[in-house]
Write a protein that binds this ligand. Structure first.
Ligand SMILES: NC(=O)c1ccc[n+]([C@@H]2O[C@H](COP(=O)([O-])OP(=O)(O)OC[C@H]3O[C@@H](n4cnc5c(N)ncnc54)[C@H](O)[C@@H]3O)[C@@H](O)[C@H]2O)c1
Length: 425
């Protein structure tokens, strides 16, 4: 049976490298569809938690994962020997930035080297990690070629939006590309098993760039609207009302919203992969740098607003009790990677503020060497200021407004509630 037939009969053994926010939901989707999936992660603790049904990724239910493991469709392991004999391997490892804002593709390289050790003829290898244009062809291809085996190599960017119930893996169109046309066709045949619409583009570089365009588009537009918020503040205009009115235009406008800053593993990171690559070609990506600059200043701006609001009440920032509501990087998720709340808390602490936080999704928060714990039922009335940093659905906003003395709302979460105690970004 050739690979295409194996895929269509769900007989292809699939391996997923990296069982994080991207890899675990993908592994479950293929396992649900009837494939035997092996999930491999270097983090033994993570594998242990998944096996015990205690993983923390919201997009897949703990019971679902446990059931898939029991029925033999999902096998999590830290042992790379499990790569032996698989037909398809999908790489979903992290692609972070170094402190110097340069791409760190060491995880991708080490994943490719592990795959090369066990590569068998006619295996399909797909990279899903977000990266700069050229990675698949210039970095992965040479590593696999050294094995002298015949293999297929593809790139397909992950478009998952954690916590989004409307657009899931199944109904979000998937972009695929391959080193050859056959590589792309095979990758399409595979993803068609779990995604409704699969689109082939002509090269791996195009597919890599598609993902960077999508995320740069968001980062730049958020940067623009954040700057609008700064300008509106100077002008004494309500930026939220401006956006609400502008979005009534049925064409040529798409609403983006200001906030405390960019967070998550993607938006603050991915555009820098592109600007780094361009720097090697003597091109300075101005939009990316400017958006990064504005977005990263938002936590400071939010702290300024808190300081001003307390000042009006004749209170100094130093010594005040400030409760942060929501520390995840966006609503209804538990991910705190690059969350602007971390910066807001650090700045406040440096200024002598007594900071605490409440987040129903994040029970503890590591800040440098200290660990903060979420206050379960914080006494709102005892705070000098309550700051809405992440607009989780679980928060009872009318109650917060009723009890708190002063509310700084950085997300317009109190939309529709009129009260002089509320200060919006
Ligand atoms: N999180 C998102 O919303 C999102 C969305 C789209 C794309 N992406 C991209 O997908 C990729 C993965 O992101 P994530 O959020 O799932 O990361 P993550 O940190 O949640 O998970 C990655 C996992 O890979 C494991 N790992 C690292 N090196 C490994 C190796 N050599 N072999 C096996 N496992 C290894 C880590 O231990 C970790 O568990 C990144 O490139 C990211 O930019 C993420």
């Amino acid at each position: 049976m050739n690979l295409r037939e194996k895929i269509s009969k769900k007989k292809a053994g699939i391996g997923i490298l990296g069982l994080g926010y991207v890899g675990l939901p993908l592994a479950c989707e293929f396992a649900q569809a009837g494939f035997k999936v092996t999930g491999i992660d270097i983090d033994r603790e993570r594998i242990k938690r998944i096996k015990m049904g205690r993983h923390y990724i919201e997009d897949v239910g703990r019971r679902e994962v446990t059931q898939l493991m029991k029925r033999g469709f999902l096998k999590p392991t830290s042992d790379f020997k499990a790569l032996k004999g698989l037909d398809v391997i999908i790489i979903c490892v992290p692609t972070p930035l170094r402190k110097t804002k340069e791409p760190d593709i060491s995880y991708v390289v080490s994943a490719a080297k592990e795959i090369a050790k066990y590569l068998k003829n006619n295996q399909l290898v797909i990279l899903e990690s977000t990266t700069y244009p050229g990675t698949t062809r210039e970095v992965i291809l040479p590593i696999l070629k050294e094995t002298k085996k015949k293999f297929y190599l593809a790139f397909s960017p992950e478009r998952i939006d954690p916590g989004n119930k409307e657009y899931t893996l199944r109904n979000t169109p998937k972009i695929v590309s391959g080193i050859t046309k056959e590589c792309a066709r095979l990758a399409k045949a595979l993803y068609k098993e779990v995604v409704d619409e699969v689109i082939i583009v002509s090269s791996t570089e195009i597919a890599e760039m598609v993902k960077l365009l999508e995320n740069t588009f968001r980062s730049v537009n958020i940067g623009l609207v954040n700057e609008m918020a700064l300008m509106c503040h100077r002008l004494g205009i309500d930026v939220w009302e401006v956006i609400e009115a502008a979005k009534t235009k049925p064409f040529g406008f798409m609403p983006f919203y200001p906030g405390p800053g960019l967070g998550g593993h993607c938006l603050p990171v991915d555009p820098h992969y592109l600007s780094w690559k361009l720097k090697t070609l003597d091109f300075y990506a101005r939009f990316i740098e400017l958006a990064g600059e504005i977005n990263s200043k938002m936590p400071e701006f939010l702290v300024e607003r808190i300081e001003d609001a307390l000042n009006k009440k004749r209170k100094s920032l130093k010594g005040s009790r400030v409760l942060i509501l929501g520390v995840a990087y966006k609503k209804d998720v538990s991910d705190t990677r690059e969350s602007p709340a971390l910066d807001v808390i650090k700045i406040l602490q440096k200024k002598g503020v007594k900071v605490s936080y409440h987040d129903p999704h994040v029970s503890k928060l590591r800040l440098d060497r200290k660990v903060l714990r979420s206050k379960e039922s914080p006494p709102l009335e005892k705070q000098d200021c309550v700051v809405i940093v992440t607009d989780h659905t679980a928060f009872n906003y009318p109650e917060i407004v009723k009890k708190a003395k002063l509310i700084i709302d950085s997300r317009n979460a109190t939309k529709g509630i009129k009260n002089r105690k509320i200060v919006k970004l």
